[in-house]
Design a protein around this ligand. Structure first.
Ligand code: MTE
Length: 325
């Protein structure tokens, strides 16, 4: 093992290593989103204004069948080689179907993803139950190429299609008591063969974010992958993507979002709190009891590359975790 070539951080060709122009663009992106100067407090309202800058011109007129592929957000274009679409769709973690990653896509045939009502409630002024398709019509879609890092030390780079979760949060108007968002996956034993085999698991799959994490412009509600509607095995019709956290925070096939006062229990934290803490930011310096987190394997090439703090998104998010005082 000693001779494994560990490339310095995601094998980024020299000409793509954040040139000054891109860095300035990033600052502009963060400024538009209210993440510089005025800081986090402004993020909430900044999103309404940021809408005007969205690559989606007329979100209300968008019809689901016509939205793929969505325009790619220039800030998140392909800076790294994309993972093969075939591999991203045939190597999955979706324990409700099976723990065998290469079998998941073969077992999702009975999973019905239309219609798909999502219930959004808890401490909000405007609770709603809305179909996944209506959400797409409400907010429009954009594509972003993000790195994705599983705690099992594998990784990929894929183009997700979706919209910032903050837009949805803005719509339901959280009350000041809301400090966290709790997400829940569908629980349908008749369509999900894995749940019967994992009887001891605290189903349904749940996850959670702090309010500032949920509002962060990088956090996306995802409905598509590789310019097409999201395949069932990747979490159709609606999942979360939080690119600076380990993959298990990116909960699939969401049916419920609740705005809550206390930090919610999550499936993985309930099962093994020392292995899957609530925060779970990608951190190469903090080994998991079973996997070193110092490097990761790219799933299609098998290449091993060095893991970056916050999965390479530190410029955007490190501030959220800066010690105060
Ligand atoms: N969501 C649900 N509902 N069930 C799961 O088993 N697995 C998580 C996450 N979301 C999981 C889930 C884990 S561990 C990872 S790494 C990612 O989904 C995998 O996403 P992918 O299959 O699209 O690559």
């Amino acid at each position: 093992m000693a001779n494994i070539l560990i490339r310095p951080g995601w094998h980024v060709p020299e000409h793509l290593v954040t040139p000054e122009k891109a860095f300035l663009k990033r600052r502009e992106f963060l400024r538009q989103m209210g993440f510089t100067g005025a800081g986090l407090a402004a993020a909430h309202t900044a999103f309404a204004q940021a809408d005007a800058k969205s690559p989606v011109k007329d979100a209300a007129a968008v019809k689901t069948s016509k939205v793929y592929p969505a325009p790619r957000h220039p800030e998140f274009s392909a800076k790294w080689p994309l993972t093969s679409e075939r591999v991203a769709g045939t190597y999955n973690n979706f324990y409700e179907f099976t723990t065998d990653k290469e079998e998941v896509h073969r077992l999702t045939g009975k999973f019905v993803t239309e219609p798909w009502p999502v219930k959004i409630g808890g401490f909000v002024e405007k609770p709603m139950t809305v179909d996944a398709k209506e959400l797409v019509e409400m907010f429009g879609l954009e594509e972003r190429v993000y790195r994705f890092r599983c705690v099992e030390a594998w990784a990929m780079v894929v183009p997700w299609t979706g919209f910032p979760l903050a837009k949805l949060i803005e719509k339901v108007a959280p009350k000041s008591d809301a400090k966290f968002v709790r997400f829940e996956t569908a629980f349908r034993p008749e369509q999900m063969p894995g749940v019967a085999r994992l009887r001891g698991y605290p189903w349904p799959y749940t996850e959670g974010l702090r309010m500032d994490e949920a509002l962060h412009p990088l956090t996306m509600v995802v409905t598509g992958l590789y310019g097409k509607p999201l395949p069932r095995q990747n979490g159709a019709p609606l999942r979360l993507i939080v690119p600076w956290k380990y993959g298990y925070k990116s909960i699939k096939s969401i049916v419920k979002m609740d705005f809550v006062v206390k930090q919610p229990n999550t499936l993985w934290e309930t099962l093994a709190p020392n292995e899957y803490p609530f925060e779970s930011n990608v951190n190469p310096a903090l080994p998991h009891p079973r996997w070193s987190q110092a490097s990761e394997r790219i799933i299609d090439t098998g290449e091993r590359v060095r893991t970056l703090p916050f999965n390479g998104y530190g410029d955007y998010v490190a501030k959220l975790y800066a010690k105060k005082g």
